[in-house]
Write a new protein. Structure first.
Length: 202
């Protein structure tokens, strides 16, 4: 009779629960709860939010938005979206930002940020992570990504865009006046931060 059974086994045994291997876990995360309260008011410049924006998988770019000015930087990821492939390009982009405006970076819990401690050591920027399933905690970045979908829809292959293409898209977005900025553009506000006494004394 057992030969006629689908599994050819006379008895069924319960499956053992899989033990967590630790793979894919971001170690030593600092929660957004530990982020300075001054960041919420957008008065202190130099606090950024970031994320991966996906196209046709596995194509993606990284987006960075400065909270005070809404200034956006886009980062091409030609090598892939794993942590060791993303970090060098993020590091290069962040090092282009003047040191006084490199205060913090808030990211979702994506595994592409698993090397956040190396990123912090190389750039001097503190990385904070949203709570689980709470991407809205980096709302400035989420809103910016929605604007960017006008240029890069979800069904686009983002590997066709190089860094020059992304810089042009970012420039167009940064030079668009925003009501929330008193109808100034993010580029105008960001330029003011670069020359302000506040930015030079942080």
């Amino acid at each position: 009779m057992t030969r006629r059974l689908r599994t050819s086994r006379p008895m069924r045994h319960p499956k053992r629960a899989k033990q967590r291997s630790g793979r894919g876990v971001i170690r030593d995360m600092v929660s957004i709860s530990a982020r300075p309260t001054a960041v919420e008011g957008r008065v202190v410049p130099g606090h950024w939010e970031g994320d991966l924006m996906m196209g046709i998988r596995p194509s993606a770019i990284a987006t960075l938005v400065e909270r005070t000015s809404r200034y956006t930087a886009l980062v091409a990821l030609p090598d892939g979206i794993k942590a060791h492939q993303v970090r060098p390009y993020l590091t290069r982009q962040l090092l282009r930002v003047p040191e006084p405006l490199r205060q913090s970076l808030t990211w979702d819990r994506g595994r592409e940020m698993a090397e956040h401690q190396i990123l912090s050591a190389d750039t001097g920027i503190q990385v904070y992570f949203c709570h689980k399933r709470s991407p809205w905690e980096r709302g400035t970045n989420e809103n910016t990504n929605r604007l960017l979908r006008q240029y890069m829809p979800k069904n686009a292959d983002l590997r066709t865009l190089d860094q020059n293409d992304l810089d042009q898209i970012a420039a167009e977005l940064n030079n668009r006046p925003r009501r929330t900025l008193g109808y100034r553009s993010p580029a105008e506000v960001y330029s003011g931060l670069l020359t302000s006494g506040d930015a030079s004394t942080i």
